[in-house]
Design a protein around this ligand. Structure first.
Ligand code: PHB
Length: 374
């Protein structure tokens, strides 16, 4: 008897995890993956009854390698879905390749506005934020605090530029404020000293900054060591996320805006934090939440697909579009452009926590300019 190759329902779903495992954002990549795997574990190790097989790739936060890496996952590894990444420049390259190949993509961090604006795509979703969202919230916070003269400091790359623009949009919601200087250095440099000297000379009322990962820890330390923290309030988003271990009191009291906070009183967050701590012996941060929610989005998609089969991509899309995601950050739905509509919280560093102090903007949707998904 001849054994012909059998056509049977696909058993395992191939998930291409494209995240940084090296460089300044390495810890963010780990947190995202841990969050993703935690949700899968909570579901009994499967999503909608399907086993997952992970193909992992270190994208090194290098935009120049972004397209090649995404192509490898699609063409060589034949993944059914990609999850990635952290760095906006890499994610922009990845999004274009996903779009050309009609591959499902869930972005678990990178905020490049274009991903859910001009480059939006029916098979692309974001579990995180657009760069505009948290920084707009931070701008509102600074404006409401009566800050008048601001200096900004960030990396010169897509996310840095968009962070500062988002902040300025929020800051402009109250008249009378002024950004007197924008300081930048190339990604991922951390030679902050000359710029800190400039800030001391400019004597603004406050500084606004976007740095993240290992570089953010160094910035907090350097700002404190330069004696600036006591004199010039430092506002941010992302700076104090995942960076508070080992900083002593250098970050104490720093105010920020973000779509997650310590001290949210919802049942989902309590369970998530307890499970995460048990699994990884560490408290979760916003990046872990975004990874966890990427897996939740994937489950919502599979539930919408015929026979929970990921090959039914249009069913998958419908499943996500109609879902309410029960996130540790609070429930959210997807905008028409597939970006979370979410509350931006106000926070203050107390010990090792970004303690919730209030709400910067409730249910904030990115403007989604140039996206024609309906
Ligand atoms: C980005 O490049 O979009 C990015 C990176 C790290 C963050 C936030 C945004 O913490």
């Amino acid at each position: 008897m001849l054994f012909a190759p059998q056509l049977h329902a696909q058993s395992k779903i191939k998930v291409g995890l494209m995240l940084p495992a090296s460089g300044t954002f390495a810890q963010l990549g780990t947190d995202i993956e841990n969050g993703f795997r935690l949700f899968v574990k909570e579901q009994g190790g499967k999503l909608a009854g399907k086993e997952l097989e992970f193909v992992k790739l270190d994208d090194e936060s290098d935009p120049a390698k972004g397209a090649d890496n995404a192509n490898k996952l699609i063409t060589r590894d034949k993944v059914d879905i990609m999850v990635g990444t952290v760095h906006s420049g890499v994610a922009l390259a990845m999004t274009k390749i996903a779009k050309e190949n009609e591959t499902l993509l869930i972005v678990p961090n990178a905020g490049a506005n274009e991903i859910t604006r001009e480059l939006c795509d029916k098979y692309t979703f974001r579990s995180s934020f657009s760069n505009w969202q948290p920084h707009y919230g931070a701008g509102v916070l600074a404006a409401n605090a009566g800050v008048k003269k601001i200096v900004t400091i960030t990396w010169k790359y897509a996310a840095g530029d968009q962070a500062i623009q988002g902040f300025k949009d929020g800051f402009a919601t109250k008249a009378g404020g002024q950004v007197i200087e924008d300081l930048t250095l190339p990604f991922p440099n951390v030679e902050f000293q000359p710029l800190l000297t400039k800030i001391a000379d400019l004597k603004p009322d406050a500084v606004y900054t976007f740095f993240s990962g290992a570089a953010a820890s160094k910035f907090i330390k350097d700002y404190n060591d330069a004696g600036l923290k006591a004199k010039i309030p430092l506002y941010s988003a992302f700076l104090t996320d995942g960076t508070l271990e080992g900083l002593g009191t250098a970050a104490e009291g720093l105010v920020s805006a973000m779509h997650y906070a310590d001290g949210l009183e919802n049942a989902k967050d309590k369970a998530f934090r307890a499970n995460f701590k048990k699994e990884y012996n560490k408290d979760p941060d916003v990046f872990a939440v975004q990874g966890y929610d990427a897996a939740q989005i994937m489950l919502a998609g599979l539930k919408g697909a015929k026979n929970n089969d990921i090959k039914d991509k249009d069913g998958f899309v419908k499943g996500v579009e109609t879902a309410t995601i029960d996130s540790p950050r609070g429930e959210f739905t997807m905008s028409k452009a597939h970006n979370p509509v979410q509350t931006i919280y106000a926070r203050k560093v107390v010990g090792k926590e970004n303690k919730l102090t209030g709400i910067a903007v409730k249910n904030l949707a990115d403007p989604a300019t140039g996206c024609s998904l309906k």
